[in-house]
Design a protein around this ligand. Structure first.
Ligand code: PLP
Length: 349
């Protein structure tokens, strides 16, 4: 199916809002076109001006670091904005649906529900791998407009076999979104490599995790140019604030530091994984991300008692297949030691 036939009618025929910075692109001496204040009252150059609607310098830096072609990249206010945009672009409220593979990231379901878009599920297998047969059957049965695949998956931590993702996306006549928020921590190949052969694949990245920029809200969407252009028309004109764009460019220039930090996180993950696995009754699931999913006896009690010790982890036990599971982010060396000691004490009680 062609991408055009998947887009909502009202979105395809939309006359997009064009902001001042859309109408005039380039450099000028005097800007009197956007009703901004000519002064700023803060020590921050340019904050009195509207930000670049294209986030062009971020796109440029993203191209330099990740190699994605600039005409395929949209910067979102976090990848959460991208998820919401994709649902609004492709799914007619009250009529269309999405398909997700629980346990997975909670935002797909929430944004779909907000948009009155039905959510179908095909649960992961017991080892948290994609159940390809179940996925194909669900696609045939529900004909979802979007299939969301999170790889490495949150909260399970594993990444999925690219060949399986390729076959599911191939079988899916709709859009397949591969959320690679944790890809920086993984050695596995990116679904980006599948985009040439399948224009219905959309890949999402974020600077919120490995790149240390959760507070700036920078999401990256790589898609066909056709989808890119629609995303640009539908997003808020000034969706990424100026300080965030500046922070993103600065962070992307520090790739060498990020790389070192990622290596540190991976080493800490290995150490913590190995140590936690030695506790009786504890199971640590293999992770390709900066967190571990850990099954412990009576997770809820451990969770509450960790809070009393000032350590907050995520209780995931109500997710399918995640009975008695905690999701624990890899912290600094000292934080990991404190967590380890606290768990040791609680598990021995
Ligand atoms: C954290 C996370 C996001 C959200 O990223 P933002 O860019 O901060 O909005 C998206 N997907 C997954 C799977 C995540 O874990």
């Amino acid at each position: 199916m062609s991408v055009k036939n998947l887009i909502r009618e009202n979105i395809l025929t939309l006359e997009p809002y064009r902001c001042a910075r859309d109408e005039f692109e380039g450099d000028a001496d005097i800007y009197l076109d956007a009703n901004e204040n000519y002064r700023t009252f803060l020590q921050r150059v340019g904050i009195n001006r509207y930000p670049d609607p294209h986030s062009a310098r971020v796109v440029e830096a993203v191209h330099e670091v990740f190699g994605f072609p600039k005409e395929k990249v949209i910067i979102g206010n976090g990848s959460d904005e991208i998820i919401d945009l994709l649902i609004r672009i492709f799914c007619n409220p009250g009529r269309d649906s999405i398909l997700i593979f629980p346990p997975t990231y909670g935002a797909y379901k929430v944004f779909a529900s907000i948009n009155d878009v039905e959510v179908h599920t095909a649960e992961l297998a017991e080892n948290f791998e994609l159940d390809e047969k179940k996925a194909v059957e669900a696609i045939d049965a529900y004909k979802p407009k979007i299939v969301f695949i999170c790889s490495p998956n949150n909260p399970t931590g594993n990444s999925f076999d690219l060949e399986v993702i390729r076959r599911i996306a191939e079988h899916n006549p709709g859009i397949t979104v591969v959320d690679e928020a944790y890809h920086d921590f993984s050695e596995k190949p990116s679904a980006y490599t599948l985009m040439d052969e399948n224009e219905r694949i959309v890949v999402m990245r974020t600077l919120s995790k490995a790149w240390g920029l959760a507070g700036a809200r920078i999401g990256i969407c790589v898609s066909s140019e056709e989808i890119h252009d629609i995303l640009y028309n539908v997003k808020y004109p000034y969706n990424v604030p100026l300080p965030s764009q500046q922070a993103a460019v600065s962070a992307l220039e520090k790739g060498h530091l990020v790389k070192k930090c990622i290596e540190e996180v991976l080493l800490s993950r290995e150490i913590l994984e190995e140590r936690l696995a030695r506790f009786k009754g504890v199971h640590v699931f293999p992770s390709d991300a900066n967190f571990l999913l850990v099954r412990v006896p009576d997770a809820e009690s451990i969770y509450r008692r960790l809070i009393k010790k000032g350590i907050i982890v995520r209780l995931r036990s109500s997710e399918p297949g995640c009975r008695d599971c905690l999701r624990i982010t890899i912290g600094s060396h000292d934080e990991n030691v404190e967590l380890y000691n606290a768990l040791k004490e609680l598990l021995n009680e």
